[in-house]
Write a protein that binds this ligand. Sequence first.
Ligand SMILES: N[C@@H](CCC(=O)N[C@@H](CS)C(=O)NCC(=O)O)C(=O)O
Length: 210
Amino acid sequence: MTGEAMTKPIELYCMALQDRSDRVRWLLEELELPYQNHFLKKAQGDLDSKDYRKMNPMGRVPTLIDQGTVIHESAAICLYLADKYRTKKMAPSLDSPERAAYLQWMVFSTASLECIVARMFTLQGKTEAQKNDILQTVQEQCAILEKPLNAVLSQQDYLLASGFSAADIMMAAVIPGASEYLMKPGSAIAKYMERVMQRPTAIKAKVFEN
Ligand SMILES: N[C@@H](CCC(=O)N[C@@H](CS)C(=O)NCC(=O)O)C(=O)O
């Protein structure tokens, strides 16, 4: 890391410690990078401000600024940080045989899993019938999505055989949203979550606090 990167902290825009900035903050802790949280207040229009919309035209969080580089989408931010900062090995190198599995789990965590898990947060204001429909879909999809995860995690402690990586951060940040369907007692996923939730960096970043 250059001297400049050491002195200028990374800036992380979020609404709370437990929104989708959680996985970015956890990775920053793992990488031991200096960073500064910027808490935006939706009710006060912070997400709609002209300046913020320049960085994130959707008015969503997280957004990260690193030495003038602005990036949004939590999975993209994690991919970016883990490749750029090698203070600790959080991503396999480009020519590693594990690179394909790493990319597969990073994308799976958000494109396949989170888009289903996120439906759990859309129940408010729905009729009982609508809620049941949503829950049924989530349950059915989780039954499919848990298969590859349980398969890999019954063979090894982490998604990559070589050890903990940014892919575990993404995955572990998403799974609890549908814990009743994905963390069945005694399952490989439940045991995995017990392991990763105890990491000092996750505790420091308050990822699993409600
Ligand atoms: N796929 C995006 C999703 C970003 C997103 O939807 N973030 C939520 C918070 S977790 C948000 O900003 N919502 C805007 C709002 O509540 O108005 C990511 O992973 O960064």
